[in-house]
Design a protein around this ligand. Structure first.
Ligand code: NAI
Length: 332
């Protein structure tokens, strides 16, 4: 099948080509485009049976109608989240949507721990100091993680691995999920509602999907209920957090530490080198001024193991679609 791959980087080309080359039967014709999928770029999908997109490609109703018009039948997402796709519009236009539900929950969970340790022990500031020949410790005081209470919102694949990592550090876990995980319950994890979770936790980490219910889950009201000086970590999706509310709480010191791998307006920023440009996003610029904020550019998934699994599943979704084996696909 001919596939238009949008928003592609050198690493996407390397891993997707490798997965495609590994096919014993007929290989796909992969057409790589660096531009994101948008209403202006849908003509690139002409004569393609499938498009392959990533987290910040806006696959809205207008784009879906244009893709259907070009003859596209499959949207193969090379990511887990599918909040960027108008699923209702896809169904209306009879476009199949597939994703990679399970690639490496470890990649994201381990990155989450990385953000926690970086913030708690001020590793970002320590690294800069040493390079400046400054060996002072003032301002670098951290806290032990042992016995601290970690609140996990969403204990699916990533939340489960993250909970196990934190249990290994002898932390206490309080969780909230619409479907509690039996494995964690057996390990003594206490599931509760958000009103109980917020005031009980030293660190709160978000691992639920972005839905209408979870959009701006973290807002002025929910922050008010948290412990003073709480550490908030978001490796889920940017819009889980109302960023101006979080900035207010950082200024008042209600939030003591903030670790982000995702940002609500990240599509205008992330995955590109913009170092020669003037930053136009004033909210993001304000976040960068806090010494107790660490941000990574949606890289939690970015490990060799995860890229291998993402590429293999994406190619196999396309292969199964082409051969009509829908039951073997990871459908949305
Ligand atoms: P999953 O589907 O295995 O787990 C999500 C969990 O959230 C489920 O247990 C579900 O019951 C729960 N949930 C759903 N709605 C909820 C609500 N309203 N309140 C509380 N819990 C709720 O998904 P997985 O693989 O663990 O990924 C979680 C999220 O992480 C993805 O949706 C995606 O947005 C994000 N992600 C971020 C990556 C990154 O690189 N930063 C990479 C991969 C995923």
């Amino acid at each position: 099948m001919k596939v238009a791959i949008f928003n592609s980087k050198a690493y996407d080309r390397e891993y997707l080509n490798r997965a495609n080359d590994a096919l014993k039967a007929k290989k796909h014709e992969l057409c790589f485009y660096e531009v994101p999928l948008s209403i202006n770029t849908t003509p690139l999908a002409k004569s393609c049976g499938a498009v392959c997109c990533f987290v910040n490609d806006q696959v809205d109703a207008q784009v879906i109608a244009a893709l259907a018009n070009e003859g596209v039948q499959l949207i193969a997402l090379r990511c887990a989240g599918f909040n960027q796709v108008d699923i209702t519009a896809a169904r209306e236009h009879k476009l199949t949507v597939a994703r990679v539900a399970d690639y490496s929950p470890h990649a994201v969970a381990e990155h989450t721990l990385g953000l926690i340790l970086m913030l708690n022990r001020n590793l970002h500031r320590a690294h800069n100091r040493i390079r400046e020949n400054d060996y002072s410790l003032d301002g670098l005081l951290g806290f032990d993680l042992v016995n601290k209470t970690i609140g996990i919102i969403g204990t699916g694949k990533i939340g489960l691995v993250f909970a196990n990592i934190m249990l290994g550090l002898a932390c206490k876990i309080i969780a909230h999920d619409i479907n509690p995980n039996a494995e964690l319950v057996a390990k003594g994890v206490h599931y509760t509602n958000l009103e109980t979770l917020y005031p009980s936790c030293d660190i709160i980490s978000l691992h639920c999907p972005l839905t209408t219910e979870t959009t701006h889950l973290i807002n002025t009201k929910s922050i008010e209920q948290m412990k003073d000086g709480v550490m908030l970590i978001n490796t889920g999706r940017g819009a889980l957090i109302d960023t101006p509310a979080v900035i207010g709480a950082l200024k008042s010191k209600k939030i003591g530490y903030l670790g982000l791998d995702v940002y609500e307006e990240e599509s205008a920023l992330f995955f590109e080198n913009k170092s020669n440009q003037v930053l136009q996003d004033d909210i993001f610029a304000r976040l960068l001024t806090f010494p107790n904020v660490v941000i990574t550019g949606h890289q939690a998934f970015f490990t060799r193991e995860a890229l291998t699994a993402i590429s293999t599943t994406t190619i196999s979704n396309i292969t199964h679609f082409e051969s009509g084996e829908m039951d073997k696909m990871c459908l949305v």
